[in-house]
Design a protein around this ligand. Structure first.
Ligand code: PLP
Length: 689
């Protein structure tokens, strides 16, 4: 079979050039009919293609990446607005507020920039429509498209009806044409989100036929004189989808340089038109470079390509999945949160514990995903972790469970962080800073690690009288919630009883009106729901259990993290040959030995091979051998398929039919999953899906 290519990304370049033909009419000097076909029929596929690709990629993550996409696109739009500001000032465009607002939100502030408000508005609309189901989204966006059609290529038909004319006259006071974020972009975005791979032969034949039919449609409309604008046809959605499907069938991987090239080309080409005109005047080449349509097109093409090429060749950030990386499944995280919320009971919300970089899962993307599915409280271990979340614009309560130097009270206030009060002396030191710090009081119900003894009401009273602390909650922590013996259960029951008693007393004596929370993962998973206002799970959110023995498959939690690395080098050893530091591995048979790009500095124990560690290669379990190095390890790859450099190795997670659960690796490391995951090295890449 022929190798597939990043066809979708590469076609972006051609699509951007097609947009340029619309704005330069390359064949106008030679054959106006051919030019109409090229620029008003064929090139009209370009922008729908961009919408389809965007819809496709947003749809694959079920629109989880929509906020990030909107932010990025809005940033690019802003840059483009600034880039064209001088031309707008020069041409005295956008001189009143109405024009400015219309430009910003509908028409774009320069003629080609309509694309940005259209895709911003369109993708939000498409997402909303898709919430009503596929059929509804298709029907609704198609209806919007038909309305748009009546104000575009079919305007002559509709404007002859008085009601039609009144409707479109009204429409055009808001947006200068119907081709935009409401009547144009949503259909293509929805179609992209629902696109599937189809047979390329069928798509090719369909495309040829539908393009021929659309050409007929366009020439008929042109001759009928119905077109107010010529960018929307009845057959355009069909043609675009077939073109997109043809490319999708061929598509594999990404070409980020092509993406960047096309984006910059699209944004700068109108500037290049201005520059070519100016330059031609200076050099007295107007005949060749302006009046001759093809010369003009080629000059602008060359200049725009130069800018776009410079941008495409700019150095890139390294790929997150280059060497060794964590893969995060946000869908699983959301499901786990929903499940834990059900377990917590009706009146209890989640406080998601995302300390230690969300147990190695990436605190910012995880907290954002949780926030989006309704979690409003978070807990971290340190001041720095709290500030990092605020810097990423996370809203809601952020409780610091660990100790913060009292002298940092100012930072707690500035970043609106809530501090755990670990005992009475700490409460006094914090209060002495004179800052109005929000705090949750830790109560010691038996763990004897942190907290004010839960029976010491006098201490709680004294703390509540301290002038500058704002007490917004009280919490405690269980230390035997996992235990199954009668004594352990009795201990937990006593902790629950003490905490319930304390909160009741605090509430009746008016000392507390805020949150109450006791349960972490084990409490939620193993104990009946309690009427506290929050539950504080960490580990369970990430779909893993402390040990393999505890894992309860019926519970429905799904692991969020996979850990992967790459084969870097493969060699053959004869029986009796040894390898690695201390020659710790000796081949007992002719052996295929693969070096892999992950080591103890990434969080694996140095004696993992001696502890029976395994990895997945081509869906097969193979043993880790020899002594782990700081940055590498060795695999006995004899039983895996043909192995070569660059192949993906899975240390945690699924590959084909095989899975290595995090609990298994933790067990081999002689520890619990919490420790293994939270020690994953910071130099590992992070891929969020
Ligand atoms: C870490 C931590 C949690 C979360 O514990 P899990 O067992 O991971 O759910 C809850 N509360 C406190 C005080 C913690 O330190």
């Amino acid at each position: 079979m022929r190798a597939r290519t990043p066809a979708l990304d590469r076609f972006r370049v051609l699509a951007a050039v097609l947009v340029l033909t619309i704005h330069t009419s390359p064949l106008a000097s030679y054959a106006p009919g051919a030019d109409f076909w090229l620029t008003r029929v064929l090139a009209r596929l370009a922008v729908p293609f961009f919408f389809l690709v965007t819809g496709y990629f947003l749809g694959r993550s079920d629109f989880a990446h929509l906020p990030r996409f909107l932010k990025k696109t809005a940033g690019l739009y802003l840059a483009a607005i600034l880039l064209y500001l001088p031309l707008n000032v020069y041409a005295k465009n956008l001189t009143n507020w109405q024009d400015i607002l219309r430009g910003l939100f509908f028409d774009g502030t320069f003629y080609h920039l309509w694309y940005f408000p259209a895709i911003l508005l369109g993708s939000v609309l498409a997402r909303l429509l898709l919430k009503g189901g596929r059929r509804f989204a298709l029907a609704a966006s198609a209806a919007l498209y038909l309305i748009g059609l009546g104000g575009d290529s079919y305007y002559g038909l509709f404007s002859s009806l008085p009601a039609g004319k009144a409707f479109y006259d009204g429409f055009f006071t808001i947006s200068s044409c119907t081709r935009g974020g409401v009547c144009f972009a949503p259909l293509f975005l929805v179609l992209g989100a629902l696109a599937k791979r189809r047979s390329p032969a069928l798509c090719g034949a369909g495309l040829a036929l539908s393009l021929a039919a659309m050409s007929g449609e366009a020439f008929l409309l042109k001759n009928a004189g119905w077109q107010r604008h010529d960018s929307m046809y009845l057959l355009l959605p069909l043609c675009s989808v077939l073109l997109f499907s043809l490319l999708l069938a061929e598509n594999a991987g990404q070409d980020r340089a092509a993406r960047r090239f096309s984006a910059v080309f699209y944004v700068v080409h109108p500037w290049c038109i201005v520059l070519v005109r100016g330059g031609a005047k200076l050099l007295s080449l107007e005949k060749q470079l302006v009046e001759n349509s093809l010369g003009h097109f080629l000059a602008v093409l060359a200049l725009s390509s130069l800018f776009a090429l410079a941008a495409a060749l700019l150095p890139e950030k390294p790929r997150a999945d280059g060497r060794a990386w964590r893969e995060i499944d946000l869908g699983a995280l959301r499901q786990n949160a929903a499940l834990l919320r059900r377990l917590a009971g009706k009146r209890t919300e989640l406080m998601a514990v995302v300390k230690a970089d969300a147990y190695g899962h990436g605190a910012v993307p995880c907290a954002r995903a949780l926030r989006r599915c309704g979690v409003r409280s978070f807990a971290v271990a340190t001041l720095e972790e709290g500030i990092a979340l605020r810097r990423a614009f996370l809203r809601g309560t952020i409780l610091i469970l660990g100790w913060t130097p009292p002298a940092e009270a100012e930072l707690l206030v500035r970043w609106r962080l809530t501090q755990a009060v670990v005992d009475e002396p700490y409460a006094r030191q914090l209060a002495a800073q004179g800052r109005r710090v929000r705090v949750h009081l830790a109560a010691d119900t038996g763990m004897h690690r942190l907290g004010v003894p839960s029976e010491d009401m006098a201490a709680f009273r004294r703390i509540s009288r301290l002038p500058s602390l704002r007490i917004t909650g009280v919490f405690s922590h269980l230390c035997e919630a996992n235990g199954a013996s009668a004594e352990e259960e009795a201990f937990t029951r006593e902790q629950i009883r003490r905490f319930s008693g304390l909160t009741a007393l605090l509430q009746t004596s008016g000392l507390l009106v805020g949150e109450t929370h006791l349960f972490a993962s084990a409490g939620l998973l193993r104990w009946e729901a309690q009427p506290f206002s929050l539950a504080r799970p960490g580990l369970a959110l990430f779909g893993v259990w402390e040990t393999a023995a505890e894992r309860d498959a019926r519970c429905g939690l799904r692991p969020v993290l996979s850990l992967r690395a790459r084969v870097t080098s493969v060699r053959r050893l004869e029986t009796g040959e040894s390898a690695g530091y201390g020659l710790a591995f000796t081949a007992q048979r002719p052996t295929v030995l693969a070096a892999v790009s992950i080591g103890y500095a990434d969080g694996l124990p140095r004696d993992l091979a001696q502890r029976g560690g395994e990895a997945l290669l081509h869906g097969v379990r193979v043993p880790i051998v020899g002594r782990l190095c700081m940055d590498q390890l060795l695999l006995d790859a004899t039983d895996a398929e043909e192995t070569k450099g660059g192949d993906v190795v899975t240390l945690i997670g699924r590959d084909g039919a095989e899975t290595i659960p995090a609990e298994e690796l933790a067990g081999r490391c002689g520890t619990i999953t919490n420790e293994l995951l939270s020690r994953l090295g910071s130099r590992l890449g992070l891929i969020v899906r």
